[in-house]
Design a protein around this ligand. Structure first.
Ligand SMILES: Cc1cc2nc3c(=O)[nH]c(=O)nc-3n(C[C@H](O)[C@H](O)[C@H](O)COP(=O)(O)OP(=O)(O)OC[C@H]3O[C@@H](n4cnc5c(N)ncnc54)[C@H](O)[C@@H]3O)c2cc1C
Length: 339
């Protein structure tokens, strides 16, 4: 089938969907609230399945070329001793900054497709299908399913940023009620992220808090904290979506964080947004009509993404537990050794 699509949200999922449909001969408009592409941002880890989704829109090799590939990483204790070594199954992850990924996704779109500074909130512009790719605070989700499906706080706050110089490898350190991740990324930079168990709005987001909270951790963490530029630090509370009764309603399909915002602990949110976009694109191009395509998309994506929301929450809790940490470390070591 060919037709017309309005995509609300020119983020990772929205731009992937637009690429897929345009390549299949669809007429697409993307409404993006921001007035331009971002020029700074932290890195995303793209897993093999997400790279396969990028291959489906002809951009996988470009992303592999721009990013930094990692096939393994270390899990450490706060004193720097190893809990386990983790190997990526089925290939490697590619670490690439969000701005570089968005620029790559936007490049193939023809003139007039991506419209900045437009919200697309009144999205009944006659398109055959409306793709709600407007992120965690999706207004389209509110409109079609109701505000009771808004994401809920996870009781964790996160910080993200970068410093100059490239880390040799990826490592995540788990300590008492907190974690700190370090990874190489494109542009000769090192990406870092931290998460701490706290109630929403309970801490200020400043570098001083991080330096105090992680000041007793091993030297690689302290080096990052010494070098970080507070002006580039991103801080926010973490949320996850409740189970939605459906990812589709009428001619609207929800993708990415609009459908299944998840804790960042498995590094899968952006990956799943791209996988959704390609699954929806396939369903739309291969089905006889829009209702059949949207049913097929919902059937194929709702269950696996719900499982990932739960698994990401569990991983966040395990990583930041304050109890039985020696037992946890033995169990994690065994699980990773046994594959
Ligand atoms: C600390 C942290 C670390 C993470 N690390 C990783 C990682 O390593 N790997 C990974 O895969 N994922 C990671 N994620 C998750 C990832 O960032 C998100 O899951 C991903 O960006 C979701 O993509 P999306 O397209 O659904 O939404 P977004 O990328 O958020 O895009 C939504 C777009 O919609 C626009 N928009 C919003 N409202 C409107 C409107 N009304 N009209 C028009 N436009 C609108 C926004 O401006 C935005 O451009 C991480 C998240 C966090 C918090």
């Amino acid at each position: 089938m060919r037709g017309t699509a309005t995509v609300v949200g020119g983020g990772i999922g929205g731009l992937t969907a637009a690429n897929y449909l345009i390549r299949a001969g669809w007429e697409v408009r993307v409404h993006e609230r921001a007035d331009t592409l971002p020029d700074t941002g932290t890195a995303l880890g793209l897993w093999p399945q997400a790279l396969a989704a990028l291959d489906a829109i002809g951009l996988g090799d470009r992303v592999r070329e721009l990013g930094v590939s990692q096939s393994s990483g270390a899990l450490l204790r706060s004193d720097g001793t190893a809990i386990a070594r983790v190997t990526v199954r089925g290939g490697s992850t590619t670490l690439l900054s969000r701005p570089a990924l968005l620029t790559t996704l936007a490049a193939p779109l023809g003139p007039g497709v991506l419209r900045y500074d437009t919200t697309g909130d009144r999205c009944g512009d006659g398109a055959d299908v409306v793709i709600a790719a407007d992120g965690i605070n999706s207004r389209i989700r509110d409109a079609v399913l109701g505000e009771r499906y808004r994401p809920r706080p996870l009781g964790m706050a996160a910080w993200r940023g970068w410093v100059s110089g490239t880390a040799d490898s990826s490592a995540e350190t788990w300590g008492d009620g907190a974690l700190f991740g370090i990874s190489p990324r494109d542009g000769g930079l090192t990406n870092f992220f931290a998460a701490v168990r706290v109630e929403p709005d309970a801490v200020d987001g400043g570098a001083a808090f991080l330096r105090e909270r992680f000041g007793g951790w091993h030297s690689e963490v302290r080096t990052i904290l010494d070098r970080l530029d507070p002006a580039t630090l991103l801080h926010h509370d973490l949320y996850e979506s409740p189970p939605l009764p459906s990812y589709v309603r009428g001619n609207v399909a929800l993708i990415g964080d609009a459908a299944h915002a998840m804790a960042p602990n498995l590094g899968r949110g952006a990956c799943e947004a791209m996988i959704d976009a390609v699954a929806l694109g396939r369903a739309l191009t291969e089905s006889a009509d829009v209702p059949e395509a949207l049913r097929r998309y919902d059937r194929c994506r709702r269950r696996p993404t719900r499982a990932l929301v739960r698994a990401s929450r569990t991983m966040g809790r395990v990583a930041t537990t304050t109890r039985l940490t020696p037992l946890r470390d033995v169990a994690i070591g065994l699980v990773t050794r046994l594959g």
